[in-house]
Structures are given as structure tokens and as C-alpha cells.
Design a protein around this ligand. Structure first.
Ligand code: GTP
Ligand code: ZN
Length: 205
């Protein structure tokens, strides 16, 4: 609950999580809305499964990036060049339609004496991915979390993703990719650093 309050200063919501029973009732309503019969045998356990699945798909609301990024290492032999973790796969859900966003995140930073455990970068992507999102917000949030906790010389985040709300419904364009970037510090102020990030990203496929 602390993590929810810290990241989402929205009192209505944080304090008013429905009960499991309320969540299951809501799924039954949506099943009827879709045109099916929640009392038929095949759907009897579905509300409980959906509630359980939501716990997993939206587990990012219960986690705080600061907790994950707290552990850093400073014995790196003077290494101060780009650290890039690319092709971090993620699934998120768009906040407009609650259908999947499927993509990859590429995250780089320029250390300032301290480095992060590499897995922690992927964990931050997970935390923000497992919330309702827009791609722009998620990109900015990952960059901000690393920038504020690690205070590196710069952070670069690129996300490439396909939005199922554009593929399965609505405009129905399958296979289009949306790219978003956020740069901080030297990646923002020095075009050469930004260019190096792009080269590392695209150069070794
Ligand atoms: N900027 C941005 N837009 C998104 C993202 N995910 C979904 N969208 C868009 O959110 C918009 C919502 O538009 P609305 O007109 O309010 O909703 P809609 O009638 O369902 O729109 P259509 O998808 O065009 O049918 C759509 O254009 C989606 O493509 C995202 O991550 N970032
Ligand atoms: Zn959408």
C-alpha cells in the first residue's frame, strides 16, 4: 500500500481497492456485456481467474522503482562509459482501452561512479509495464526513476511497441511500431552521446 500511495497520489483508488468478490462480480458484468452467459459451465471459474490474472498483469502498482534501484555498486574499475541494456521485452496495457501493448525497451545510462545491477533495469521496465500506460508516460517514467535514484551523467530510454488497440480494433493496422525516446543529462545536451546511443542500439543487430 505504501508503494501505491508513493507512486499514485490518487486517494480514491489507492484506499478503495475492491474486494475479490467485487472484482469477480465486475467480470461477470463484462461477460454479459460481451454477450455471453457467466452461469454457463465453461465460464463459472473465469471471474476468479481474471481477478487473479489482473493481480499479475497489474502487479506494478504494488512495487516502487526506488526499492529496486536502491542497490548500486561502486567497484567498477573506473568504468564510466555507456551501459546499455537493449531488447528488454515487456507487455503492458494501454490506459485507454486496457488491451496489450507489446514491445521492447532499450535503456542506457552514463555512470557517475556507481552502476546498477543489470537485472534492476529490466525490473524497472516490469514495474512500469505492469500498470495501465501510455507509451510516452512509460518511457518518461523509466528515465526519471533511473535519473533520480542513480543520478548518473545521463539516461537514454527508447521504447518500440505495437499497440493492440490499433491492431485488433479501431483503425486495425497490424504491424505498425511506435517509437518513443526520453533523454536526460549528457544524452540530452550532447548530440554525440545521443548518436552513440543510437549507433549502439542499431549497430549490432
Ligand atoms: N499517445 C498515445 N496514444 C495511445 C496510446 N495507446 C493508445 N493510444 C491512442 O489513444 C487514442 C484514444 O482515442 P479516442 O478517440 O479517445 O478513443 P477511440 O474512439 O477508441 O479511438 P480509436 O482507437 O481511433 O478507435 C487512440 O488514438 C489510440 O490509438 C499511447 O501509448 N500513446
Ligand atoms: Zn489503446
Amino acid at each position: 500500500m505504501d508503494a501505491i500511495v508513493k507512486n499514485f497520489p490518487v486517494p480514491a483508488g489507492a484506499d478503495s481497492r475492491p474486494t475479490q468478490k467485487e472484482a469477480e462480480d465486475a467480470v461477470r458484468v463484462l461477460l454479459r456485456w460481451a454477450g455471453d452467459d457467466p452461469t454457463r459451465e465453461g465460464l463459472l471459474d473465469t471471474p476468479a481467474r481474471v481477478a487473479k490474472s489482473y493481480k499479475e498483469l497489474f502487479s506494478g502498482y504494488d512495487l516502487a522503482p526506488e526499492d529496486v534501484l536502491g542497490r548500486t555498486f561502486d567497484e567498477v574499475g573506473g568504468y564510466d562509459d555507456i551501459v546499455l541494456v537493449k531488447d528488454i521485452p515487456f507487455f503492458s496495457h494501454c490506459e485507454h482501452h486496457m488491451v496489450p501493448i507489446i514491445g521492447k525497451a532499450h535503456v542506457a545510462y552514463l555512470p557517475n561512479g556507481r552502476v546498477l545491477g543489470l537485472s534492476k533495469i529490466a525490473r524497472v521496465v516490469e514495474i512500469y509495464g505492469r500498470r495501465l500506460q501510455t507509451q510516452e508516460t512509460m518511457t518518461a517514467q523509466i528515465a526519471k526513476a533511473i535519473d533520480e535514484t542513480l543520478q548518473p551523467r545521463g539516461v537514454a530510454v527508447m521504447i518500440e511497441a505495437e499497440h493492440m488497440c490499433m491492431a485488433m480494433r479501431g483503425v486495425q493496422k497490424q504491424g505498425s511500431t511506435t517509437l518513443t525516446t526520453t533523454f536526460t543529462g549528457a544524452f540530452k545536451t550532447e548530440p554525440a552521446e545521443q548518436a552513440r546511443f543510437m549507433t549502439m542500439l542499431r549497430g549490432f543487430k
